[in-house]
Design a binder for this molecule. Structure first.
Ligand code: FE2
Length: 297
């Protein structure tokens, strides 16, 4: 499938929603959350907290422990920002949902993480396309406590602004997708989750770590830049870094010559494998094959 970064960060063309502030931030409106919204948070928080031991990486667990995040109520971004600022200089700012790419990158480049302030409905516990407060806070904020991830995401923001001018945002967005959102990391005791898209999803936390269906391939930058991703389902391939310090190296890469080279290479479908891939797991592909079969039936 063809993805565009706008599907991830931006509003659809023709959408006439315009915020009062030019940077699209709003007040979180913490006092306005209903008892039911806090209860949905609690449900998601408790379910995910039971699942993640042995699945989430050590840095995720350490970040979560050090933050004022608990089961009983949706976190207050002001309290989160106080702790984050002390550790890595980041803040969490509230936005109404998806924001345009340039606004998103400008925030990241300045160590502000735009987080959706709305809470998903009970009918959307396992899937919603727009990032809500559970995805953004539970999934992303613990990793922002890690100095390497903190620098990496800021570098992505700066890189995104440049890539946009060069018209190659899709190539860079894949790197973000397969690291910040859907990355796995090797630890001495096995593969672990560090991507927020996985860490905030009950079903994908299990699928990405336990299921025989997906491929798990050693991360290689240019390979990832060529690879389409799925925005509407589990990933067919997960890319695995050796340790978080690999992201430190990525933050220092000069992407301009890479874009030129990668643009000349064929693009790759999400489940495709190459002879040059270092495979940790060759997936059976059964999950997506069944979905395709179902779609064709
Ligand atoms: Fe995200």
């Amino acid at each position: 499938m063809q993805e565009t970064v706008s599907e991830k960060h931006g509003l659809a063309a023709g959408d006439d929603v315009r915020p009062e502030r030019p940077d699209w931030t709003i007040d979180q409106g913490w006092e306005n959350y209903t008892a039911d919204e806090h209860a949905v948070w609690k449900l998601l928080f408790e379910r995910q907290t039971r699942l993640l031991p042995g699945r989430a990486c050590d840095e995720f667990v350490a970040g979560m422990r050090a933050l004022p995040i608990g089961a009983d109520r949706i976190p207050d971004f002001r309290r989160l920002s106080e702790v984050l600022t002390k550790h890595t200089g980041w803040q969490v700012v509230a936005v109404p949902g998806l924001v345009p790419d340039d606004v998103f990158f400008e925030h990241l480049a300045n160590r502000r993480f735009p987080a959706g302030n709305f809470m998903r409905k009970r009918s959307q516990l396992d899937y919603l396309q727009e990032p809500d407060v559970f995805h953004d806070v539970f999934g992303h904020v613990p990793m922002l406590m890690n100095p390497v991830m903190a620098d990496y995401i800021q570098a992505y923001g700066k890189g995104g602004l440049k890539a946009q001018k060069l018209g190659v945002l899709d190539l860079l967005a894949r790197v973000y997708w397969y690291t910040v959102e859907f990355g796995l990391v090797e630890q001495s005791d096995g593969l672990r989750i560090y991507g927020a898209g996985i860490a905030s999803s009950y079903t994908e936390s299990i699928f990405s770590t336990d299921d025989p269906s997906p491929n798990r391939v050693r991360f290689q930058l240019e390979r990832v830049m060529r690879t389409h991703y799925r925005i509407d389902d589990f990933q067919e391939t997960y890319f695995v870094i050796r340790n978080l310090d690999e992201l430190l190296h990525l933050a220092e890469v000069d992407f301009a010559p890479l874009y030129e080279r990668v643009k000349r290479e064929p693009e790759l479908e999400p489940g495709m494998l190459l002879d040059s891939d270092e495979l940790l797991t060759r997936g059976t592909g059964h999950y997506h094959a069944a979905r395709r079969h179902g779609a064709a039936a």
